[in-house]
Write a protein that binds this ligand. Structure first.
Ligand code: 5BU
Length: 262
């Protein structure tokens, strides 16, 4: 039987996973599959960005360790905005160590990621035992964490996430369907509609940044490569009119998603 990949059809399946339940509700009510990568280094810049783009995003992706004036007031402001305007807080930490170290990196240090991030990225390179430790930590503690994405494939030129790598990553995810919401990938890496497929490397104008990043159009990312959620950074954050550009990406992303034939 052919799988129908429309969000409407996947809603029940996706809702079995707490993170995906949250995301799909936001996506459908706001009609957006845009996640903005807020790679800015000042808290005020991030807050200003969010004030402009909140209506157009389902997730705000952060690299908390690039911020120069981190504070807990900043986190509180983000949480208030996320609550009010309905988007999830996504820390792209790319955990990739032994389980115990990942646990410390998740809960401790300056940023105490698990106390505010709804989702994080995890590399599959260290094996699935580390993912299971991670899941136990999250399930047994009172955190903001709803789940994680496994990195099946990177967007960069020459990335080693090829050959068996995406496939094996999918195998890990299948073992923890309540915890793993989906994947970061370039092309949809699995045929299971109960996962969400998130893709960075999207830019309507440029094809690369001269530092290894590879960009392609929304059309390519969603229609051809069959991803669900587009992750867009500089194409939006460096635009003259950030709000208009966020709206343009959200509109194009959503129309590509809902008009996809499978
Ligand atoms: P850009 O400005 O649209 O290139 O930003 C892309 C963001 O996505 C940036 O925060 C990266 O760290 C992130 N990213 C990526 O570009 N490629 C990957 O494979 C992964 C994350 Br995983």
């Amino acid at each position: 039987r052919a799988i129908c990949w429309s969000l409407e059809n996947r809603k029940l399946l996706l809702s079995k996973n707490p993170l995906n339940k949250h995301i799909i509700e936001i996506m459908m009510s706001k009609q957006t599959n845009l996640c903005v990568a807020a790679d800015l280094t000042k808290t005020s810049e991030i807050i200003e960005l969010v004030q402009k783009i909140h209506s157009f995003i389902c997730a705000l992706k952060l690299h908390i360790d690039i911020i120069e004036d981190f504070s807990w007031d900043f986190i509180t402001s983000l949480q208030t905005l996320a609550q009010e305007h309905k988007f999830v807080l996504f820390e792209d930490r790319k955990f990739a160590d032994i389980g115990k170290t990942m646990e410390l990196q998740l809960n401790k240090g300056i940023y105490k990621i698990s106390s505010w991030a709804n989702m994080v990225t995890v590399h599959s390179v260290a094996g699935d035992a580390t993912i299971s430790t991670f899941r136990e930590v999250v399930e047994n503690q009172n955190t903001a964490m709803e789940g994680c994405l496994l990195i099946a494939e990177l967007s960069t030129e020459g990335a080693l996430t090829r050959d068996f790598y995406p496939k094996e990553t999918v195998e890990f995810a299948k073992k923890y369907p309540n915890f793993v919401g989906g994947f970061i990938c370039q092309k949809r890496c699995h045929d299971d509609p109960s996962f969400l497929y998130w893709t960075p490397g999207v830019n309507q104008e440029q094809r690369g940044d001269g530092a290894g990043q590879q960009w392609r159009s929304i059309q390519q990312a969603v229609t051809q490569d069959k991803n669900d959620i587009i992750i867009v950074g500089r194409a939006i954050t460096s635009a003259q009119d950030v709000k208009a550009e966020a709206e343009r990406y959200a509109t194009a992303g959503w129309s590509s998603l809902i008009s996809r034939s499978d």
